[in-house]
Every structure is written in C-alpha cells, then in structure tokens.
Design a protein around this ligand. Structure first.
Ligand SMILES: NC(=O)c1ccc[n+]([C@@H]2O[C@H](COP(=O)([O-])OP(=O)(O)OC[C@H]3O[C@@H](n4cnc5c(N)ncnc54)[C@H](OP(=O)(O)O)[C@@H]3O)[C@@H](O)[C@H]2O)c1
Length: 260
C-alpha cells in the first residue's frame, strides 16, 4: 500500500531515540523528509546520522519542547530547511511516575510543560506552514492513562487527559483547513524511558525479567510493544490513506485500556 508520503515534509519531536526515532525511520522509509529535535546535541546528531544511512533527508536540531522560545525557533527553522511542512508529530515526552502524595506542584508544572504545552506550542508554530501547504497532519503521541487513570502515574494521568481534549478540539477547529489531528495512545512500549523506570523500581531484575513481569500483570497481549509497532500507525495516519480520519484517539497498547 502506498501511504502517499513521498516528498512530504515532517517534524518529529523527540526523535533521538525510542518511539520518535522509529517514527522518523518509518516516515523516511515511505519517502518523506524529516526534521527531528531533542535536548541532547550529541544524541540528536548521532540519530540523524543513523537515519540518513537508510537514505533520505534528515534535519537535526537541539530544542527543548517545554521551552516556548526554543519551539518558536525550531519549528520555523525546520520548516524553512525542509522547504515547507506537511506533518507534525508531537512525540517528545517523558515518564514521570509518582502519586498525588509524592508529586509537588513543580512536578505537575514541568509535566504539563513537556506534555501539554509542547503540543500546544509546536502545533501553533506549525500551523502557518501547514496552512501554506494547503493542509496536513498533526499526530499527538499520548498515553492510555489519559483515559484510564492510574494514581501511580498521577501527573501523566491528568496531563494526558488534557492532551486528549486538546487533540479533539484542535481536530474540530482545523478541519476546515484540511489539517487532520489524531492521537496515538501508548500503553507499554520498550524504549529507553522504561530502562530508567526499571532502574528505579526493580534494579535487582534483568531488563527482560522486569518487562516480562510488568507485562504479565498489566498487558492482555502479555508483552511490551516495540517502537516499530507504533511507528507504522503514525506513518499511516500521516499519509493519504487516512484522509477521512481526524479527531481520532487510537490505542497502541496490546489490549491495555479498560474502557469502551
Ligand atoms: N514508552 C512507553 O511505554 C510510553 C507510554 C506512554 C506514553 N509514552 C509517550 O511516548 C512518547 C515517546 O516516549 P519514549 O518511550 O520513546 O521515550 P524516550 O525513549 O525517553 O524518548 C523520548 C524522546 O523525547 C526527547 N525529549 C524528552 N523530553 C524532551 C524535551 N523537553 N524537549 C525535546 N525533546 C525531548 C528525548 O530526548 P532528550 O531526553 O535528549 O531530550 C527522546 O528523543 C513520549 O511522549 C512518552 O510520554 C511512551
């Protein structure tokens, strides 16, 4: 199936590793050009080199998506380097476990900045370029905790619910411009952020033992997902085969998400 991504110009925030790297890889494989950002200069350059080795044009930049000024610089510069913009993937984010008892105001504020405000600011900065292109796609990477509250991920639960409301309202507002806005909600996907969670929660277990135990307890399919299993859906949503899908919220979570 041709996804209609040849020559399309995409920004993927948080593209140095994990899900964002795989999304960039999938878009490039379909013939798109991609700009990626993260906060670590050495890592984003190394990721860009790896991506370029598969062929295709990759622009890399250091930008913190929780910082309004850096977003305001990165998005227009990336669009200029790519010669325009058709696709924005708001992927950058972090895991920040904690209960209401343990999280401080500052934790909530920082989590809101990196999850919700990054989506708001990147989308706002991308909008003139998407409109100039005559339409496009915004894909927000969110979490099933936005719909299935988990007090152990309290800030994520609250912020991702706001992100889902943002996703739906933005889809409605941008539909007349031919800009499609969709959310992909992650359950447990094996990425570097889970390496950090294992080190905190169960340093005595090997990574595979920790993943197996966690998945057995919580994932109906009985395993963690792989980043590529998210990237395929994102590439589909970014392409012309998804032309009648907007405002959708799709779980990639191995059956997690106890709601209908
Ligand atoms: N993996 C899961 O099971 C899971 C579950 C639910 C939701 N998610 C969401 O999926 C998205 C990707 O997660 P992942 O698992 O791939 O995480 P990851 O492996 O930790 O990768 C996160 C990427 O985002 C970048 N990043 C983080 N904070 C940033 C910031 N403030 N500004 C710019 N870049 C930033 C990281 O680079 P730097 O740190 O160098 O900046 C990295 O490139 C996140 O939004 C995450 O919350 C993941």
């Amino acid at each position: 199936m041709d996804l209609g991504l040849k020559g399309r110009r995409a920004i993927v925030t948080g593209g140095s590793k994990g899900i964002g790297f795989s999304i960039a890889e999938a878009l490039l494989a379909e013939g798109a050009q991609v700009a990626i950002c993260s906060r670590n200069g050495a890592e984003i350059e190394a990721a860009a080199e790896r991506l370029r080795s598969g062929g295709g044009r990759v622009v890399a930049a250091v930008a913190d998506v929780s910082n309004a000024a850096e977003v305001g610089r990165f998005v227009p510069e990336a669009a200029a380097e790519l010669g325009g913009l058709d696709i924005l993937v708001n992927n950058a984010g972090r895991a920040h476990p904690g209960t209401f008892a343990t999280l401080k105001d500052q934790d909530f504020q920082e989590d809101l900045d990196v999850k919700l405000f990054s989506q708001i600011r990147c989308s706002r900065a991308a909008l003139p370029h998407l409109k100039a292109a005559g339409g496009g796609a915004i894909i927000n990477i969110n979490a099933i905790y936005g719909r299935q509250p988990d007090p152990n991920f309290f800030a994520t639960t609250v912020d991702r619910a706001a992100c889902l409301a943002f996703n739906k309202a933005l889809a409605m507002e941008l539909a007349p411009f031919g800009i499609l806005v969709n959310s992909v909600n992650i359950g447990f996907v094996r990425t570097p952020q889970w390496t950090a969670i294992r080190q905190r929660r169960a340093p005595e277990l090997t990574e595979s033992a920790f993943f197996a135990r966690t998945a057995e307890a919580e994932v109906p399919l009985g395993r963690f997902g792989e980043p590529e299993e998210v990237a395929g859906l994102v590439a589909f949503l970014a392409g012309s085969q998804a032309s009648y899908i907007t405002g959708a919220s799709i779980d990639v979570a191995g059956g997690m998400g106890r709601y209908v």
